[in-house]
Design a protein around this ligand. Sequence first.
Ligand code: CMC
Length: 426
Amino acid sequence: MADTNAKLTVNGEEYELPIIKGTLGRPVIDIAALQDSGFWSYDPGFKVTAPVESKITYIDGGKGELLHRGYPIDQLANNAEYLEVAYALIHGDLPNAEQKADFFEKIRKHTGVHDQLRKFFEGFRRDAHPMAIMVGVVGALSAFYHDNLDVSNEEHREITAIRLIAKMPTLAAMSYKYSQGEPFMYPRNDFSYAENFLYMMFATPADVDYEPNDVVTRAMDKIFTLHADHEQNASTSTVRLAGSTGANPYACIAAGIAALWGPSHGGANEAVLEMLDEIGTVENVPAFMEKVKSREVKLMGFGHRVYKNFDPRAQVMKETCDEVLGALGINDPKLELAMALEKIALEDPFFVERNLYPNVDFYSGIILKAIGIPTSMFTVIFSLARTSGWISHWLEMHSAPFKIGRPRQLYTGETHRDFVKVEDRK
Ligand code: CMC
């Protein structure tokens, strides 16, 4: 609702720009009136730009607060199952008992993937990165559900959300199995969502009785919950932007996976482990810190665009990390190194002055390593979890009229010049 107006004078012309308040957080200045001003707004990195209105997730970076549909992330992570959180992201409230049973059942029914998808996997090099496979196979789902999918139909949109959330663990595990040269394991629908994923990852035809450990299952489910959504981050914005053209939703999610892959975003948990490999031993930490301070390298798993005090997901993740390491009795020098790094970074003025704290990916990387998940799968797991957030944003966008996303630019290239034949070019 517009409360009052901001005034902007450009070239002697005054523009009244409505200030719109949300239910929480900074109000926004609606700059649509600048359309006819002869100027664009300029904001590289979207640091102060809100391209959408949303009711799904709220972050207060200063306070270190993250709410999904109003529920604090620590309450969700410590009390709800990931699929309940996914339901809340999609539908607006946590499910009651009946809604929960119905939603879980629908997810269970859609865990399988078309058998022809196997062939798609086989087209990849056997050492392909599982994220490369995920971009391909999730995008390929659009070929299986395209002709009879009408994105303007609410029921079609809902079944798309169910299919995506249900199939992601299956596809993620298949991408791992393929990279290991092991046969794919079919989902077991008597297992919970997290158990099923672990089963498809670690069971083999020679060991079908594999039963996931309770502590590990709980940690996995929490990792899913803590990565479920994060407002208008790079990958979610990518899904929305792709979706704004009316594109097939499976292709939109594939675009989100591609955006997530980068080391500044979801690729950070993998980059944390690579960094630990590079550092090698605790004695090398001070020298590595010098490289960080001279801006030669970044300390992966530290810092966040939005959280400038602490990442509330990292707090829950740290507790889970301690629980998993304790329960599994892991004594891995890499994990000791991570803890030494965390301690030094939390005390060093370079990090303290810049409010650089461990983010969720620092601890999730350590937990996943302790569970025995290979580094190359870390971002895949993030993409599996973030699918519920991505599809919630896609659904929210499609539930009301929207415009194609089409940013403008500040052009600084060549001005007009005439074509020169190739033989005359210098
Ligand atoms: N290591 C060393 N210095 C850092 C780091 C870091 N990880 N992050 C920020 N800085 C410094 C940066 O050099 C700058 O210093 P100065 O002001 O002296 O030039 C200052 O801190 C502010 O940084 P910034 O680049 O303005 O921060 P940003 O908001 O643009 O970047 C970030 C946020 C997440 C891209 C960045 O902190 C980073 O690259 N972190 C490492 C990668 C990482 O862990 N990413 C996962 C984020 S959590 C998962 C997710 O939500 O995707």
